[in-house]
Ligand binder design. Structure first.
Ligand code: NAP
Length: 367
């Protein structure tokens, strides 16, 4: 069995990945050893009472694995990857972090979109396989059918990104913010709407409101800034869209995708409002056929109030592998402009699932 070292299994991405590995039976077909940066020697999450966590900073222990899968974060990758390679280790490095994504010797993994490229890179001896940005992966999963036909001239995407995309600590802080807002209104039962609003706003803008992780109130708010500034005026999250999508698709010239990324207080699904400039006027029935044939996970949602509120929200899609896309219509700019709204669980297809499936590629190559 392929010997895999799993680092970061306790975080947001790692715990969803472990859950998926359990439910798909992967832990029976791989020899997985668990590592920790904070609790080496502690009990591992799988393998019985005698299975202990190894030290994620011990290069020799990592080097005994044929593949290392890290969901630990970019700081860890920067600290360990080069040292591990310098030790002569020639195993497979699979990573959720962005650190290595744009290196020539790394491939981005999203196999419903680029299985051919993954296989080619494997055949060519590539040893670094990296998950792409969650928002980019979800967008490509949603509109893969149109991209495949060469029908997309450019995409403007306005995002509504869940807090889980920012990691465990920020999600926990959002819980504290929600709790503080809830406590503010407990004495206001029967109060007027304006009293409720004022109580919320007083607490949300007060000095005691917990913001040390997120940097601003997120509960009942929208934060149109994710990651650091780029010279272009974009945030790095916005900059990644075209760069990473082009690498996943092998597109040269690059595919043009741009927009504004906002953090909202959704929990684990990213939503994106799309304006797609089509290469030609495509009838809606054909658009629907192409989108739904894109991959096995795309689910079309009718452009009706009932279907939209029931199926096209972060709450409706959370925990599902399905990628929902709806609000499909030609925009008033003309028949070549397609409007759409898409929602996907960013911890699943946006992060954990492509990595889990990459392990499947390695396991299959070995059998
Ligand atoms: P995370 O939730 O912050 O977890 C990372 C590590 O933090 C854990 O493995 C754990 O390490 C430690 N940790 C500290 N406090 C914790 C707590 N209260 N609960 C759980 N773990 C805690 O990070 P993440 O969101 O999974 O992201 C991991 C990497 O994936 C990052 O590079 C991120 O950019 C990338 N990524 C994330 C997403 C996403 O949706 N979140 C999507 C795509 C890519 P120890 O057990 O060793 O202490």
């Amino acid at each position: 069995m392929l010997k895999v070292g799993f680092v970061g299994w306790r975080g947001m991405v790692g715990s969803v990945l472990l859950d998926r590995m359990r439910s798909e039976g992967d832990l029976d077909s791989l020899a997985v050893q668990f590592f920790s940066t904070s609790n080496p020697g502690g009990r591992a999450p799988h393998g019985g009472a005698s299975a202990v966590l190894q030290d994620a900073r011990e290069i020799d222990a990592l080097a005994r694995c044929e593949a290392v899968l890290s969901c630990q974060g970019g700081g860890y990758t920067s600290e360990v990857f080069a040292a591990l390679r310098a030790s002569g280790w020639n195993g497979y490095w699979i990573d959720a972090a962005s650190t290595l994504r744009l290196r020539e010797d790394a491939a981005l993994v999203l196999d419903p979109i680029n299985a051919d490229q993954i296989q080619k890179r494997l055949d060519d001896g590539c040893r670094n396989f990296i998950g792409a940005n969650c928002t980019v992966s979800l967008l490509l999963m949603a509109i893969g059918g149109l991209l495949r036909e060469g029908l997309v001239e450019w995409v403007s995407t306005m995002t509504y990104q869940a807090v889980s995309g920012a990691g465990a600590r920020k999600l926990t802080e959002l819980g504290s913010q929600v709790g503080a807002l809830g406590a503010a209104t407990t004495d206001l039962q029967g109060g007027s709407a304006i009293e409720v609003e004022q109580a919320f706003t007083r607490v949300q803008t007060g000095a005691a409101f917990p913001v040390s992780e997120i940097g601003a109130p997120l509960a009942c708010n929208v934060l149109p800034w994710i990651d650091r500034a780029m010279d272009s005026g974009q945030t790095r999250e916005e900059w990644k869209a075209s760069v990473e999508a082009s690498k996943i698709l092998g597109a040269d010239p690059p595919v043009v995708i741009d927009g504004i990324c906002a953090r909202v207080d959704a929990l684990r699904c990213h939503s994106q409002a799309l304006c797609i400039k089509l290469a030609r006027a495509v009838p809606l029935a054909e658009v629907r056929d192409l989108l739904s044939s894109g991959n096995a996970w795309v689910r079309l949602v009718d452009n009706s109030q009932e279907a939209t509120l029931r199926q096209l929200t972060p709450a409706a899609v959370a925990g599902k592998l399905d990628i929902h896309i709806g609000r499909l219509r030609h925009l008033s700019m003309g028949p070549e402009y397609l409007g759409a709204f898409t929602v996907g669980d960013q911890l699943l297809w946006g992060a954990a699932e492509p990595l889990r499936r990459m392990l499947g590629f390695l396991r299959d190559a070995r059998n």
